[in-house]
Ligand binder design. Structure first.
Ligand SMILES: Nc1ncnc2c1ncn2[C@@H]1O[C@H](COP(=O)(O)OP(=O)(O)OP(=O)(O)O)[C@@H](O)[C@H]1O
Length: 278
């Protein structure tokens, strides 16, 4: 299988919603890559990740993850010859589930998902995320719960990891260690990551590709290093210069994707305002 994921001609509408949440999506995710999805609230990021994870059924278009339809029962379970599960989706809802917010220990939770079969990986995640296995879930802060979710969610290796804004309440140290771990994972084993976020700290050189979603459409895709250059010499703090002759951008001064996200979302807002006036 040459691609981790492939989407062709995907258009998706939620029931009782007249406008499409995603329109005419064409996307290829090669193995060993990290794709960052950028877009304003409601742009379609979560919908895209949920369709890739098989949580929602795609009726118009074609989605393959690891060569399989993510909605088919075959892709839900681990293949016996493969130690990995096909997709892991980690979203923000987990921390609010009542089953998590009760008097249960972290050790019990980790044991219940098979820590004993992944002891070395489990210990590494516990260290990276600074999780205390003696914690009781009902006494944890949001950020501590998030760390437990990530330690549990990443325990069993995956082929495609879908991260839906789940690093938002981590402290900077845990987030930075986690990003380094994820980068290492995609370089040492056959897997890829798609990560939707509004927080761009520490992400300047983390992705291989950045996708800009607007109103459910992919309006730009930048590949590293060809299309993204950081101008460390310039004095024009945070200016984004779009090359009119090709798909590339030059990001001024700050080695951060924050200026790029800001420029993209401001364009989206201006386009929306123009469309509303018409
Ligand atoms: N369950 C649902 N039923 C109907 N419409 C929905 C549903 N979930 C999302 N939508 C609509 O689909 C569009 C895309 O939503 P989505 O949640 O994918 O956006 P997002 O980019 O993840 O936004 P955010 O940054 O706010 O998380 C929005 O217009 C939203 O109103």
């Amino acid at each position: 299988m040459s691609l981790a994921a492939e989407i062709r001609g995907l258009t998706y509408k939620f029931p009782h919603n007249n406008s499409a949440a995603l329109s005419e999506i064409e996307l290829e995710i090669p193995w060993h890559t990290r794709t960052l999805v950028v877009g304003s609230n409601g742009a379609g990021k979560s919908t895209l990740l949920k369709l890739l994870s098989g949580k929602n059924l795609c009726l118009t278009g074609h989605i393959r993850v690891n060569g399989l339809d993510p909605f088919s029962p075959h892709s839900m379970h681990k293949n016996e010859s493969d130690e990995c599960q096909i997709t892991t989706y980690l979203g923000t809802e987990w921390c609010h589930m009542s089953i998590i917010n009760r008097d249960i220990g972290v050790q019990e939770l980790l044991d219940s998902i098979g820590l004993q079969h992944h002891l070395e990986r489990g210990q590494m995640l516990i260290d990276i995320l600074d999780v205390d296995v003696n914690w009781r879930m009902h006494r944890l802060s949001d950020g501590q719960k998030r760390r437990v979710q990530l330690a549990m969610g990443l325990l069993i290796p995956w082929r495609l990891l879908l991260l839906d804004e789940v690093t938002v309440d981590l402290d900077v140290l845990a987030r930075s260690r986690l990003l380094a771990f994820l980068q290492q994972e995609t370089s040492v084993r056959r897997c890829s990551i798609v990560y939707a976020t509004h927080i761009f700290d520490g992400l300047a050189e983390w992705p291989d590709k950045v996708l800009h979603l607007r109103n459910g459409r992919i309006v730009q895709q930048l590949s590293y290093p060809a299309d993204v250059k950081f101008d460390l010499q310039g004095t024009n703090d945070g200016t984004v210069i779009q090359n009119p002759d090709n798909n590339s951008v030059r990001i001024g001064y700050a080695k951060s994707l924050h200026p790029l996200a800001l420029a993209w979302l401001s364009t989206d807002e201006n386009k929306l305002a123009t469309n509303q006036r018409l």
